[in-house]
Design a protein around this ligand. Structure first.
Ligand SMILES: [Zn+2]
Ligand SMILES: [Zn+2]
Length: 514
């Protein structure tokens, strides 16, 4: 049994032959029909739930307990009694044969039901009455197959001599479980008796099949030994005991065969978990991405992890889990550069989620990892500074606002920012002179912004007038000659647009000198 590389306590359901690892359902890319490896992208080999099943020799104890319940035990004992009764009336050989066949058939049918149920993953012995609900055709087929095998082995022994006959007999015993398993699988006698199918099944199961046979032989021998021990004393009691033990072993054996079918379901071409698969809904893209991030993190491919997180931020801009996890990761791992990159993204995410209470604590966490960090957004700086000033952390607030007119000369909120800076400086001792300077700066900036706005308004008006003019002109032209769109041929429009730019630059330059 293999375990998931990333969940060492969970059984693996897939294997990547390229990476030489095993994964569970969670740790694979199941976006397409065939599961792919998160690490290398190769198509994975499905291990099926077969792999998550313990091998049969590890649960022999449970297998021997399998028939130990009132229900199954009474059947075992009663059929044993009947077969003993059959041997006690040799004078009525027909009745004796019928009784014997009845006993053998009953235990056979029950055992076969055990095999089928176990193969479906049911690890509790079925109810005896349950086992007989089906028709007797199945039972007859079972008996017929057993008889055919015995006859073939017997005939070989008789006609071909003990050496070849013994070999054929051994082959018959060896393939008997395979035939039964095939029969349970296909419910067709012809399919089951096909020697090629039996060989294919043995090849698919491999060594454990051999172990099963060894196990069966040990059981058969133990019945013989039992007979040796007490057979000499009381033949009838000995026969009864033998019969009970062999019945009991039969149930255990069939249970083990069923278990083998369950364990090797994938190789044997059927799946006992197909029902479950239909019930579990497919993972969402988001869950899949989260799983991939987990795998890459456990692989230690941090570059990929960072890439995946940024993908996630783009695709799921409102998904708390990605943003928080990445932040925690960077914080715990003290990744200063990455944190400086990510800081603003996370702060803006908190803003989107209206978690204003978390803004300043987060900023302080970021600063703990990246001490020189300052968010590269004027709006965020003002927002943080406002909060910090309220909380009394004036130093940090000043740090955030300082020099903003150089960093963000185009920022419309500059006058307010400097007003805020002035108010903040007021709260620091010996900073009144500075505060006054800032206040003047704020006034100056305000004037500049106003002027710019006026210029902008003028510019918009001019443009509108020119547009109207141009429109009149072009419609006139268009009506006459249906030429290509205006502006491409006539330099008129493009020329009109060019002087608009210097108008802005000119006013700015004027302001700067003023
Ligand atoms: Zn896993
Ligand atoms: Zn791989």
């Amino acid at each position: 049994m293999d375990y998931c590389k990333y969940h060492p306590l969970d059984g693996a359901t897939y294997a990547c032959r390229a990476c030489n690892i095993c994964q569970c359902d969670k740790c694979v890319d199941d976006e397409h029909r065939a599961a792919h490896c998160f690490v290398c992208g190769a198509v994975l080999e499905s291990l099926g739930s077969a792999n998550t099943v313990e091998p049969f020799w590890r649960r022999l104890k449970e297998a021997f307990k399998y028939p130990v319940n009132a229900n199954s035990m009474s059947l075992i004992v009663i059929t044993a009694l009947i077969s003993v009764l059959a041997t006690l009336m040799p004078f009525l050989w027909i009745l004796s044969l019928v009784l014997y066949l009845f006993a053998a058939g009953s235990i056979m049918k029950y055992s076969f039901t055990c095999l089928e149920r176990t193969a479906m993953g049911e690890m509790k012995a079925p109810d005896v009455m349950d086992a007989y609900s089906g028709g007797i055709t199945l039972l007859l087929q079972l008996v017929l197959m057993t008889v055919v095998l015995t006859v073939i082995a017997g005939a070989a022994y008789y006609y071909l001599g003990p050496a070849l006959g013994g070999l054929l007999g051994f082959i018959a015993v060896f393939s008997y479980p395979a035939i039964l398993i095939r029969f349970a699988q296909t419910e067709s006698m012809l399919e089951a008796m096909n020697p090629f199918a039996a060989v294919a099944l043995m090849a698919a199961i491999g060594l454990p099949y051999g172990l099963l046979i060894v196990f069966m032989l040990i059981m058969m021998t133990s019945v013989g030994v039992l007979h040796e021990w007490i057979g000499a004393l009381v033949p009838a009691v000995s026969y009864l005991l033998q019969s009970i033990v062999s019945n009991y072993y039969t149930v255990v054996m069939f249970h083990l065969m069923g278990y083998m079918l369950f364990q090797y379901q994938e190789q044997l071409g059927y799946s006992a978990r197909s029902d479950e698969d239909d019930e579990t809904p497919d993972r969402s893209e988001q869950e899949r991405l989260a799983a991939k991030i987990d795998v890459m993190l456990k692989e230690g491919d941090y570059e990929e992890v960072v890439k995946l997180y940024y993908q996630a931020f783009k695709k799921f801009p409102n998904e708390v889990i990605f943003f928080e996890k990445f932040f925690d990761l960077l914080y715990v791992c003290k990744k200063a550069v990455l944190m400086a990159d990510y800081g603003l993204t996370y702060l803006e995410f908190l803003n989107r989620r209206k978690r204003f209470d978390k803004l300043t604590p987060t900023l302080k966490q970021i600063l703990f990892v990246a001490p020189d960090y300052l968010p590269d957004s004027p709006t965020m700086r003002v927002q943080l500074a406002t909060l910090l000033k309220q909380q009394g952390d004036v130093k940090l607030a000043v740090k955030l606002l300082n020099g903003m007119h150089k960093l963000y000369p185009e920022f419309a909120g500059l006058p307010d920012a400097y007003q805020l800076l002035a108010d903040t400086l007021d709260e620091i001792p010996n900073m009144h002179a500075q505060a006054e300077k800032c206040r003047q700066m704020a006034v100056q900036l305000k004037r500049k912004v106003d002027e710019r706005q006026a210029a902008l308004a003028l510019q918009v008006e001019q443009k509108r007038a020119q547009d109207a003019q141009a429109l009149n002109k072009t419609t006139g032209v268009k009506a006459v000659r249906k030429g290509p769109p205006p502006g491409t041929t006539l330099s008129g429009i493009t020329l009109e647009l060019v002087p608009l730019e210097p108008v802005v630059a000119k006013t700015d330059a004027d302001d700067a000198t003023a």
